[in-house]
Design a protein around this ligand. Sequence first.
Ligand SMILES: C[S@@+](CC[C@H](N)C(=O)[O-])C[C@H]1O[C@@H](n2cnc3c(N)ncnc32)[C@H](O)[C@@H]1O
Ligand code: SF4
Length: 400
Amino acid sequence: MRTALDPPSSVVRPPSSTPGFGIYVHWPFCRSKCPYCDFNSHVRERVDHARWRSALIAELDHYAASTGGRMVTSVFFGGGTPSLMEPQTVAAVIDRVSRHWRVARDVEITLEANPNSVEQPRFAAFRAAGVNRLSLGVQALDDASLQALGRGHSAAEARAAIARAATTFDRFSFDLIYARPGQSLEAWEKELRAALALAGDHLSVYQLTIEPGTAFAARHARGELVLPAEQDAAELYELTQVVLDDAGLPAYEISNHARPGGECRHNLAYWRYEDYVGIGPGAHGRLTLDGAKTATRQEKAPETWLAAVERAGHASAEQRAIAPSEAAEEALMMGLRLSEGIDPHRFARRTSTPLDAALGAAALARLIDGGFIVHRRDGALAATPAGRRVLNAVLVELMA
Ligand SMILES: C[S@@+](CC[C@H](N)C(=O)[O-])C[C@H]1O[C@@H](n2cnc3c(N)ncnc32)[C@H](O)[C@@H]1O
Ligand code: SF4
């Protein structure tokens, strides 16, 4: 079987100035629903893998019709839990991508995986299918915290999954959740250092958020789940920056840390406001079509999505041109998440709006004075680490 690592003749290396073009594939199923999670993820007793495989391929065919000339620089299998996909499905999607589009020689193909021991034997098959980067949802490195987070795996399983990922894939990353109830600075520092001893070139470190509609939201509302106070959460964030900076994995985005060159290229494409196709239930896409930035969105509910694809060849619920003012807002919200900030030339090209015109001059001056925003020496506009921590408030002021 041919894989993306044994590519067809259409595979070429993109010039470094070529913007990224990603393909996102959403797999909406999980073994169980974690109490903090509001992703489009569902528990089903049975999944008809052959039907799902055909439907994902049909949506690729649909989007290839309008974007076929582009060069794919990344593919991302996200979820839900894509490590529950049959490796055959992952292989079929990757194969179809390489038939429809040119594929960059150094294409990044990431799959999100749960560290459950039952899924680990599949890692080699995902690698053989063409996946070259694994992203593991570890969340915590001790059993009590994993239990409190409602995870279905132990710390030992998480460590075993990390070890297997390190030997199976070219690159791997894992996710941790911090600012958990009762977490002290000392305990978090110890856990971060333990994580660093296991890490490759990338770590995602998310502050626990209470999402509406989740089991945690209900417990939080009843006062049964108490998060660290704002000041304590800020100290946990600062500590994260210091420890990971010192270890050579600085933040390149609010929650994402990498050694230089180890950044997730697929996610960088989102934050740089580059184009990507989104297929699968609830997937979003941003595509430049006929010169206009276009938003796409697929049907969200898994069964509705599947029925629509089987009926019409795709489950596109929305495809609309984005006005330049809205594109500018989106690009600002995305770009200020990155430590590299926003390159004004790229911004103007991708949004048809000059960066200056998208910002309130007085607010910008105030935010620069306050140490939340800087003009970098390379000409980019960036949020400082302090600005990134309170980015929503910064954006409200900047765009008012
Ligand atoms: C799609 S999941 C990752 C893969 C897989 N489903 C798993 O959980 O192992 C994406 C990540 O988002 C993070 N996440 C989800 N909900 C969160 C929340 N409410 N607060 C903080 N992080 C969250 C978790 O770290 C999770 O690993
Ligand atoms: S955190 Fe991951 S495993 Fe848990 S419900 Fe969300 S997507 Fe599924």
